[in-house]
Design a binder for this molecule. Sequence first.
Ligand code: NAD
Ligand code: DAU
Length: 333
Amino acid sequence: MKRILVTGGAGFIGSAFVRYQLRTYPDVHIVNLDKMTYAGNLDNLRDLDPNRHTFIRGDIADAAIVSSAMEGCDAVVNFAAETHVDRSILGATEFLRTNVDGVYNIVETAKKLGVQRVLLVSTDEVYGSIEEGSFKETDPLNPRNPYSAAKAGGELLGRSYFTTFGLPVIVTRGSNTYGPYQYPEKVLPLFVTNAIDSEPLPLYRGGEHNVRDWLYVDDHCSGIDTALRKGAPGEIYNVAGGNERENMTLTNKILELTGRDESLITLVADRPGHDRRYSIDPGKLKALGWAPAMPWDNGMELTVRWYQENEWWWRKIKSGEFKEYYLKQYGNR
Ligand code: NAD
Ligand code: DAU
């Protein structure tokens, strides 16, 4: 794989994946197609070698742009998506356009161009909530919010291109990812940056004990890379951190690492349809040689320190579009 199209490569995980590819494979060239929504950020891609990374601003829902970006590529890895559950509850139009129509353009174009590998980055949320045990790739899907329903639609459509046309599609389903450069609408960077500013941490009431499985961003990237290079066409691979924590435990850890106290915790109205627990079994990917490398305590320390030392990155985000969203999302909670 010499030339890889990464879509959504200016976002949180996509930009980490671009850096991962460039540092791991000296011969690889990345074509990075990103629409630059509110979540796309060229600061995430600073200092990349322009001889090995070509950035194109464009929409995966635009077939002509997808086609010209994919021309000559050996593989495509799709990260491009609307990704925030709470925004999908406020309005889902863009979620359907990008997460379903956009994926359709990617697989349709890959079929026309005869691309060797199409990896669709999906999420553990497509399985829905589980009280005990962990989902395997063979379990039925039960997405319960507009974001995860749209992601499930996209991956089902993508996989239909394997069974119908033999397109070599691989799907990964990752768990909650954390690390540097994550847009501060997601709980972890939101709480860390609010805590730095001694602002309230809006913990969803009733969801304090909900559980998420935390996966360090570079481990998610190595998991996707393993599936891309060693996975079998038509297969699905769970990518899990193995760090299940209640939201209250995560919140207390953030308070400890930022030197703040519990008085910042503010219980607010719960998320409608809030999934209680996500848990997936990554055994199938581990059988290909993958394992997460970052222990949760180290990952949390490193991540909190990164936000403490890189205020230049998140302060300008929090003073822009984010302010309007924050008011809409939390103003009346
Ligand atoms: P993000 O919101 O940080 O970034 C998304 C990127 O996609 C942005 O750069 C944005 O500009 C781009 N984009 C959005 N719509 C586009 C379009 N129509 N055309 C081209 N580019 C577009 O997201 P993230 O957290 O990095 O997630 C990346 C992928 O990983 C998504 O597919 C998401 O569903 C999946 N995922 C995320 C997590 C997580 O915890 N963050 C976990 C599992 C899976
Ligand atoms: O599981 C993978 C998914 O993880 C990805 O597919 C999504 O793209 C990603 O956004 C994430 O979804 P979650 O809904 O789990 O993440 P979020 O950070 O929005 O919320 C994590 C938990 O924290 C969830 O139980 C809700 C809670 N929460 C969240 C926010 C934003 C709060 O209590 N308060 C908040 O303000």
